[in-house]
Design a protein around this ligand. Sequence first.
Ligand code: ZN
Ligand code: ZN
Length: 335
Amino acid sequence: MRATLHPRLLNGRQGDPGVYLEALHHAEALLLDCGDLSALGPRHLLRVGVVAVSHAHMDHWAGFDRLLRLLIGREKRLQVVGPSGFAERLYHRLQAYTWNLVDRIPAELAFEVTEVTEGAAWPRARFRLQDGFRPEELAPVPAAPDGTVLRQGPLRLRAAVLDHGTPCLGFAVEEAMHVNVWRTRLEARGLPTGPWLAALKAAVAAGAPEETPITIEIRGAAPATHPLGALRDLVEVTPGQRLAYLTDFADTPANRAAAIALAREADILFIEAPFAVGDAAHAFDRRHLTTRAAGEIARAAGARRIEPFHFSPRYEDAEARLLAEVHAAAGRPPP
Ligand SMILES: [Zn+2]
Ligand SMILES: [Zn+2]
């Protein structure tokens, strides 16, 4: 499959966790966690349209000021996703600075926060520069049963609440399926190109029933209407790519179930593996995974490529060993 999702692990397997994610033909990037952002230059940071933060431990959130500094004076509406209470954390972060005279800045900058919680509705809030980032409560959104938080172009972001001694979000990003028209089949059947192909593609992508009428405009003649089922062979459907980002959670049955559901059939799985298999008690005490737990979750989810990260500094010279442990538990040869 052609790679259309292009993730970049920002600080290697040992540094602050974070993934910068670009998608082919899509202008905006997603930032999964917001720790050390020094690997990203202004050009990349200004493309960020969504910041999804797993939890507010410093290594996942300390880099926000760098992004904020760049955004002042720019037109931007940034979507922020975080766990319960995150809007208040962002508010305090913003209030660390003085914002008088900002009404002179013509460019509108706004942060719109959605908190993914275990409740029936997810709280939302907005902070606008020209208001001095005063908090504005927005109407909460009903919690999506499948964890969908937002859509951005062809991408859908899902989240689930994991337990890390504090609520911590796991994320999945899924690209919409690709629907391509076979030009040769179109010609073979003597059908013209035209706007009707967009309607056909949209109907296929939406999973419309076979009898759905599709009207074909024919130049110099009356339009012809066919059921979707009679036109389906004109298009080729390829599933979109999936990426999961799972970090900072204890090895508990509930966490495993939620993590596996998010990572199911992922093309790329970023998963934390901070502690070696021999240090399981320590890992549990810190509410983190071992390499073995990470590998077992990847295996149960059927993830294709595994990218372990968030290795504890105590294994500074043992990266290869940790990687081998993850892959062994996943039932794969060492990378
Ligand atoms: Zn962490
Ligand atoms: Zn943490």
